[in-house]
Design a protein around this ligand. Sequence first.
Ligand code: 4AD
Ligand code: MG
Length: 464
Amino acid sequence: MGKWIRIAEARLSQSVGPEKEIRGWIRTRRDSKGGFSFLEINDGSCFGNLQVVAPAELENYAEEIQKLSAGCSVVVTGELLESPAKGQATELHASEVRVIGWADPETYPLQKKRHTFEKLREWAHLRPRTNTFGAVARVRHQVSQSIHQFFSEQGFYYCHTPVITASDCEGAGEMFRVTTIDLDGLAARGGKVDYKFDFFEKPAFLTVSGQLEAEIYATSMGRVYTFGPTFRAENSNTSRHLAEFWMVEPEAAFFDLADNMRLSEDFLKRVFKDCLDHCSEDMDFFDQRIEKGKVSQLQAVVEKPFTHLTYTEAIKILESCNESFEYSISWGTDLQAEHERYLTEKYVDGPVILTDYPSSIKPFYMRISDDGRTVAAMDVLVPGVGEIIGGSQREERLDVLQNRMQQAGLDESEYWWYVDLRRYGTVPHAGFGLGLERAVQYVTGMANIRDVIPFPRTPGNAEF
Ligand code: 4AD
Ligand code: MG
């Protein structure tokens, strides 16, 4: 019985030697006139395949090996040798090819022909077997690992905030309701909903952000981060919006906006650098096939300081540039994707941290600045994607927060615990949220956010 190794390991020439076993899926089979077949196998551990040389002497050669096609699963035992051919360090000379599962070439969707990403979305159960989606999945893994490593190294504790909540953190009213009320029965009886009889005895929703709860732990533990699924029922069918996405939200006590900006920049640079360092084969693929120049672009981003602009400065730039925007822009209006893209792609050609937005377009928890009309907000914008981070210093002054909540029409009694944090040992504090998928989009250059999450949830789509 050979030692089981994965292809990522087998492809290093150091691992040559007798009796190795590889388990994976056939990508292609090529029969040679010389009395053997070449099998390209991939086990998902890395971008490249392993070439298996299967000689005609194998007992199942005619019966099975010559019938192998894309998608079949196999376990191959053999000797791993340095490959004489270019393109791979090693190849496996099979002493046994065991077929585990067949894949009918008449019906298996992933044939050699190229499929569009739209088509592959319909086969989300098979698309991770393609080069692109395997590479996306590995980069997504790396980004997630880097997130944990970076914050842990910076002294942030990982804190689990609830998925089910009664509060609307962003105040945008884009929440999915969670209920055990028998809606069909209720409708049939023409009844009115009484949430007293619902599971939580009040209206409950899927969270749009773990920030408010993260603030609780930050004002006890100093530095925490939460990282989990987040839900928004915004009916926007764009290439940057999902109804279910993953967000990492660090929150730090005794942090102001400048600390927060520094943290976000160090954090993004670390994530990008890790992808370049640890996913070089996948990144080369994105660089060559998805977005030309991606690798050198990311290298430059890692080395150069981010550009800082205030919202007011950005508005002046947008008002005086000669671009024709679909949405008009003036002080007090929110930036649209086209404005964000102009700033990052044409004005700066790199990431931009935009700060000090008007209070009227930002949520109640952001700290009011001395001018009385802006808040200590910061968004990080990047070329191609636009906003990837949204954050702020939080309002730590009890009376100012109470006023702000009243203006926003929030019932203070429902946020009593949030207000209490300002009553007992309040401190300046700040944090931000990074959308994991937007970060993966930026790193890989993938145009549509539906292609950087395994199973996208968007309006009208919850398949798989
Ligand atoms: O800017 P947002 O709404 O900020 C918050 O939720 C804050 N509570 C974060 C904080 O300060 N702790 O969202 C943060 C990020 C956005 O910049 C974007 O990257 C991502 O979350 N995001 C989405 N990603 C995919 N689909 C959506 N519908 C998204 N909405 C936000
Ligand atoms: Mg935002």
